[in-house]
Design a protein. Structure first.
Length: 303
């Protein structure tokens, strides 16, 4: 056996000892001079880097997360002609509490199947935040490769002026409630602002539970708060109408109908009732504890 033939045989034995390490047919076709790979192929996620933080902007709009994977360890690089399967999963940390909102689990999954070239930008069609786990898999020469990275998606508070506009103006009852409940903040540290019971966001939605969009989309949160307040106002009117004399709601504070309704509607938003009927006096009497919530709402100031 000649020296060159002997060397070739020894190299072949060494390659077999490592197991089959084959290039994809497409990669082989790309270069007639392609040499057998020199090592075990691995897959890595080049972008985004682990620990990167992305933000839902104040518009609000979900961030654009451009993902890029790379096959390393073999030549020529088969990445451009290889198909990849992607998956992004977003999971929000949970916090227990007495509100129905505390029982809401917000997750999101989006796959990207059979995508050539190692790049992918998920559409992120729903408002979600928390830890985002990005996984990618592919097969090279019969070997399954996979990689994973974890990043964060957090929320950004909007300007107060945008919230006030959705509430109909600074002087509206719903704007005052938003100010008192949260200081007009949807997020704290990038995550939905939660009250002690799990009340959520700008309007501190509790019962019924805040949806996932209402946790991560501040506009949805305010819109729901306005709707809840309007429902409470209608319920307050119905409640007060149970004792109405000559078109008025008689009360121990000498207030007009509008003032009586305002106090009841705001207090009902918090789950209480400002007024209780006194049969002996034939008047609506102010409830001492619920009065405090109304006073705090009216005193709230958000520049």
């Amino acid at each position: 056996m000649t020296e060159s033939v002997l060397k070739t045989a020894m190299l072949a034995d060494a390659a077999l000892a490592k197991g089959p390490q084959l290039l994809t047919p497409s990669a082989l076709a790309k270069s007639a001079a392609a040499a057998p790979n020199s090592g075990t192929p691995t897959l890595t996620i080049v972008h985004p880097k682990a620990g990167t933080s992305f933000s839902i902007d104040p518009t609000p709009a979900m961030p654009v997360i451009k993902c890029q994977a790379q096959i390393v360890g073999i030549a020529p690089d088969p990445t451009p002609t290889t198909a990849f399967n992607w998956l992004i999963e977003i999971i929000e940390p949970q916090k227990r509490g007495s509100c129905a909102s505390a029982g809401v689990f917000c997750g999101y999954q989006e796959p990207g199947h059979g995508l050539l070239g190692g790049t992918w930008t998920p559409s992120l069609v729903a408002f979600r935040g928390g830890e985002a786990r990005i996984r990618v898999t592919t097969t090279v020469g019969g070997v399954r490769l996979e990689a994973e990275t974890r990043v964060m998606i957090t929320g950004t508070n909007p300007p107060h002026a945008d919230i006030v506009k959705m509430c109909g103006g600074n002087a509206t009852d719903i704007a005052r409630i938003a100010c008192h409940e949260s200081g007009m903040q949807q997020f704290a540290g990038g995550f939905p602002l939660l009250g002690g019971g799990g009340d959520t966001g700008i309007m501190q939605l509790c019962n019924p539970a805040a949806t996932c969009d209402e946790r991560w989309n501040w506009r949805a949160n305010v819109e729901r708060g306005v709707s809840v307040f309007n429902q409470k106002k209608a319920a307050a009117r119905q409640y007060l109408d149970t004792h109405k004399i000559d078109g008025k709601w008689p009360n121990d504070m000498g207030l007009s109908n509008d003032q009586v309704l305002q106090r009841e509607a705001i207090t009902q938003y918090n789950g209480g009732s400002f007024w209780k009927w006194d049969e002996g006096k034939a008047k609506w009497i102010a409830n001492p504890p619920p009065q405090e919530y109304f006073k705090k709402v009216m005193a709230a100031s958000c520049p």
